[in-house]
Design a protein around this ligand. Structure first.
Ligand code: MF3
Ligand code: CO
Length: 257
């Protein structure tokens, strides 16, 4: 595969496979999100994802990755990312839950996440989810040749912080392709270290803002995965896999039309 500064550039055929991988991954993610309601134990989502992977003949991308034990991540309220599905944690009206899921199809990884409210949620929670989605959209809009990676990072941060939310520092987006995590890292913020890396057609980027209502500091629990906000205030997470094409971004992980 061609490379630019160590970053794999996908050709049209490879992007077509990634489009299909993401179509399958997204349809499974949407089926899981449709099952979100008060009273459901979050392990139910794992069962749905595992069943649908068998039906589609794809492998769940996260299971076994760095030892991660499940097909999906299910992060409720103060859990930012990498929450385990649980038999005992039943969703409660007013919770927010982020589901992160990907598949491996013909050697390529899909990666997509959504945050949804459980039943009726407070205005504060609804706004956190909406601004997280908008911050993702703002980042995606910058994913075009002629721009730099810094433009994506800055757009996400500006939208999030402009609406009063904290941007999580500890976790970042990433290139995606034949591996789940490829170069480059895609922070949701800029710093003196963020180089103006030119974006090139053929890059596929997983952009994934994580926004918190309080502090951006996180703690990882003793299971070595579950990342929670230090102040235990809610956080939301949305992710798309986006191909940089000559004329602009294509979101590969959109819902089926
Ligand atoms: N979407 C997440 C990521 O890109 C999912 C990783 S969970 C893991 O990092 F278990 F696979 F690490
Ligand atoms: Co990701």
């Amino acid at each position: 595969m061609k490379k630019f500064r160590g970053i794999f550039l996908k050709n049209d055929n490879e992007i077509a496979v990634m489009r299909e991988a993401n179509r399958i991954g997204r349809s499974i993610l949407d089926a899981v999100c449709d099952a979100v309601r008060p009273g459901v134990p979050t392990m139910r989502f794992e069962e749905i994802a595992q069943d649908m992977c068998r039906t589609w003949k794809v492998r769940p991308a996260f299971q076994g990755y760095c030892g991660y034990p499940y097909a999906l991540c299910c992060s409720v309220n103060e859990v930012v990312v990498h929450g385990f599905p649980s038999e005992t944690r039943k969703l409660v009206e007013g919770d927010l839950v982020s589901i992160d899921f990907g598949v491996i199809f013909e050697g390529f990884f899909s990666d997509c996440a959504r945050t949804v409210g459980v039943g009726e949620v407070s205005g504060d929670i609804a706004r956190l989810i909406r601004i997280t989605e908008e911050s993702l959209a703002a980042g995606v809009a910058e994913a075009r040749p002629g721009n730099t990676l810094r433009d994506i990072c800055a757009a996400v941060q500006k939208h999030a912080e402009g609406h009063g939310y904290a941007v999580i520092r500890r976790f970042v987006g990433h290139g995606v392709g034949r591996s789940l995590h490829e170069k480059p890292e895609i922070p949701n913020f800029t710093s003196a270290l963020s180089l103006p890396l030119p974006l090139k057609a053929g890059m596929v980027l997983a952009i994934e803002p994580m926004l918190a209502m309080g502090t951006w500091e996180v703690e990882v629990l003793s299971d070595n995965w579950t990342a929670v906000t230090k102040d235990r205030k809610p956080a939301a997470h949305c992710e798309h896999s986006v191909a940089v094409l000559p004329h602009g971004p294509e979101i590969l992980s959109l819902p089926a039309a």
